[in-house]
Design a protein around this ligand. Structure first.
Ligand code: COD
Length: 305
């Protein structure tokens, strides 16, 4: 799949999945969920302040007769309820509405009713940049704050699942740093070298890992040639592994606000996909993320990821 549109067509053909929305009283969230319903991608269960949900829906001319609405007054209760709908099997996907990221994530991680399977959860973003010949994945812009080497290994594994879901069999993973040379003063470069070694030794499978890379040399062959970098992954990255949440988040917002790239995102590693769009994402980005999550759920059910 080279375009986000292809993800949407694929999930449209496979039929809808059920999505539990925590704090659904949000304009862009309701627009996206209703568009997903119209396209036959997802059925929504709306959890949150019922009156506010109805008020927003009315302003948008959305007919709520097809929706189950569960009234919860505050963000935490709405998140807990939406998580329980997923862990009990009533919904396939969890989606964040008008609620703080850390509140819904804490509920998703809850030991009693959460969605943990003993693995690390991490966020993967998918971009369709105009000047790149394929979809570009980037991780982790939203969940893991300052991952160490062990966590970076798990973050790579999660991102490979998304690459496989969009039918990239052996993705190129470029570990992004501030420069290409390993420097003990920059821990990210030391981790990058180690991740490349672990991949060569077979500890990180089903991908090719390279690093350290400056961002330019991971996505532009010309930039790499100009700098005299002769690495087989230079300019052909499928996945960018960011050193920390700040780098990931800045890249994400730069792609959205300055590069105007189409995007989607999903949290991977839990028992079900989690749609964790940023409040800055518009309804189109939220719809794309629903489609990506439905794709992940379908591929998981099929046993291909
Ligand atoms: N995957 C799996 N389990 C995890 C993860 C993870 N990524 N993070 C924490 N856990 C587990 C721990 O092992 C532990 O069992 C339990 O959860 C609590 O761990 P804490 O105390 O370290 O975690 P919390 O609850 O304080 O914080 C977890 C968050 C995900 C909420 C935190 O890491 C966070 O706030 N991340 C950033 C979210 C954010 O604000 N993003 C903004 C950009 S959109």
């Amino acid at each position: 799949m080279k375009k986000i549109e292809e993800i949407i067509s694929y999930v449209q053909a496979k039929g809808p999945m059920t999505i539990a929305v925590a704090s659904a009283e949000d304009r862009d969230v309701l627009l996206a969920v209703d568009k997903a319903r119209e396209l036959g991608i997802a059925r929504g269960i709306l959890v949150g302040d019922k009156e506010k949900i109805e008020e927003v829906a009315q302003k948008l001319n959305i007919n709520l007769t097809d929706y189950e609405i569960i009234h919860k007054e505050n963000m935490q209760d709405a998140s807990a309820e939406a998580v329980k709908l997923v862990s009990s099997g009533k919904a396939h996907i969890l989606m964040k509405g008008l609620v703080d990221t850390s509140i819904i994530l804490k509920e998703a991680l809850n030991a009693d009713y959460g969605l943990r399977e003993g693995k690390l959860l991490s966020h993967v973003a998918v971009f369709e940049p105009e000047n790149y010949d394929k979809l570009l994945l980037m991780t982790d812009a939203a969940m893991n704050i300052a991952p160490d080497l062990e966590k970076k290994k798990e973050i790579i594994k999660n991102s490979i699942k998304v690459a496989k879901a969009i039918e990239v069999e052996t993705p190129n993973v470029c570990v992004i740093c501030a420069k290409e040379k390993v420097s003990p003063k920059m821990e990210a470069t030391v981790d990058a070298q180690e991740l490349e070694r672990l991949n060569k030794e077979g500890e990180i499978k089903d991908c090719v890992v390279g690093g350290p890379f400056g961002l330019d040399n991971a996505i532009s062959k010309e930039a790499a040639i100009h700098k005299g970098i002769d690495h087989p992954l230079a300019g052909v990255a499928d996945i960018l592994l960011m050193p920390n949440i700040e780098a990931g988040n800045v890249f994400y917002k730069t792609m959205v606000f300055l590069a105007k790239a189409k995007n989607a995102g999903v949290i991977v590693g839990a028992s079900a996909p989690i749609v964790l769009t940023s409040r800055a994402d518009n309804d189109e980005a939220k719809l794309n993320s629903i489609a990506l999550s439905v794709l992940m759920a379908i591929k998981k059910e099929e046993g291909s990821i």
